[in-house]
Design a protein around this ligand. Structure first.
Ligand SMILES: Cc1ncc(COP(=O)(O)O)c(C=O)c1O
Length: 375
């Protein structure tokens, strides 16, 4: 059997990782400014993480959501403390798209409406409703195009007000820093305006923190830079450092109903052990603070580079976009093949940096040296 060929691949076979470095099968070392697509939060193969999941799988990897799983309760408590939402509730699933599906579904169960406002260039996943709220017609199959969604420009409060005041909107879903959209930032005025208009119209405000959350922006959540509390927050990627897990954080105004939401694998013992060790390491090693400090340093060092190929540098913490004057393809390929650095990308012209949150300033200096060499 062949693999279903949907991914354009770099011809590199990564077999080992440690911290912010990875190695291919020939032993070549690479600096990882991509974090396996923003997934690696505490670093590759962190010894405490390895120990926690090894011990858990040796004891019990999985049972079922029909019995008490104390690890889920511990995770809810620790996550509440870490992010400052102790009064919210936690629903655990397996992927980012699934988190958004469940958030939108709960919103619709609650207010009975079916229309969603999303934003231009938004990315929320590839399943049913998650892909419908994603602003990319190329990945929305006819079966997913069900006229639930209106896409609006970000940071245009007038356009938003006009639409939401129709009074039929179920939910608004927004990334406070758009990732796939090219590191585009939502302003505090805009998010505050959204909050107020959602309150006035009984509309649910969902912040998709799947890429920009979990410490990446230099605060636990990106929306915490903007002074607004959403009704639901979706997280995935960094939550378990590569173990497939995601969650919806749900405000106390939503009441749980038995059977309304559910999953087989979500919140399993092994995933919870992984997520608990991630929170512990983040706290011990002050990784949110590190993302703020090293991210600011990285951004200022990139801005110092005097090259006509750099048009703009945007971002917050360790979520940085470098807009280039030419398509990124050649530079990104050279970075991997010749200079041995992994980076992400957006659209055609933006290099996207999403390193593990343990990146050091020395690794920033190394990246800058290699990046300059390919400009
Ligand atoms: C902001 C955002 N939302 C949702 C998703 C979907 O997550 P997953 O691929 O785990 O379904 C992604 C993935 O890149 C994302 O960046």
């Amino acid at each position: 059997m062949n693999l279903f060929d949907v991914y354009p691949l770099f011809d590199v076979n990564i077999v080992k990782g440690e911290g912010c470095k990875v190695w291919d099968e020939k032993g070549q070392e690479y600096l990882d400014l991509y974090g396996g697509h923003a997934v690696i939060s505490v670093g590759h193969a962190h010894p405490k993480y390895v120990k926690a999941i090894s011990e858990q799988v040796a004891k019990l990897g999985f049972y079922s959501n029909s019995v008490i799983n104390d690890l889920q309760r511990q995770l809810a408590q620790k996550l509440g403390e870490a992010c400052g939402y102790e009064d919210y509730s936690l629903f655990l699933i397996n992927s980012g798209a699934e988190a958004n599906e469940n958030a939108l579904k709960l919103a619709s169960f609650t207010n009975g409406r079916t229309r969603v406002l999303s934003f231009e260039k938004a990315f929320h996943g590839r399943t049913s409703l998650a892909v419908e709220v994603t602003n990319n017609p190329k990945i929305i199959a006819p079966i997913n195009a069900n006229n639930h969604v209106t896409y609006l420009p970000i940071n245009d409060l007038d356009a938003f007000a006009k639409e939401i005041k129709k009074g039929d909107v179920c939910a608004v879903i927004i990334e406070c820093i758009q990732g796939v959209g090219g590191i585009r930032m939502v302003t505090p005025e805009f998010l505050k305006g959204l909050r107020q208009l959602c309150d006035e119209t009984d509309t649910v405000l969902i912040c998709d923190e799947i890429q920009c959350g979990y410490g990446r922006s230099g605060k636990f959540f990106a929306h915490q830079h903007l002074g607004v509390k959403p009704d639901m927050i979706t997280v995935a990627k960094g939550i378990a450092n590569g173990y497939p897990m995601s969650a919806v954080l749900i405000s106390p105004k939503f009441k749980p109903v038995y059977g309304q939401l559910g999953t087989t694998f979500g919140g399993n013992h092994l995933g919870c052990a992984a997520a608990l060790s991630v929170l512990e390491i983040m706290k011990e090693e002050k990784l949110v603070e590190n993302a703020a400090e090293v991210g600011a340093y990285l951004m200022s060092e990139i801005r110092k580079i005097n090259s006509p190929k750099i048009v703009e540098v945007r971002g917050q913490g360790l979520m940085i976009g470098i807009e280039l004057s030419e398509p990124y393809k050649e530079i990104r390929t050279k970075l991997v093949k010749e200079l041995h650095v992994f980076t992400g990308c957006s659209g055609t012209h933006v290099l996207r940096l999403l390193p593990p949150l343990c990146l050091t300033k020395a690794q920033v200096d190394e990246f800058i040296k290699r990046f300059k060499a390919c400009l």
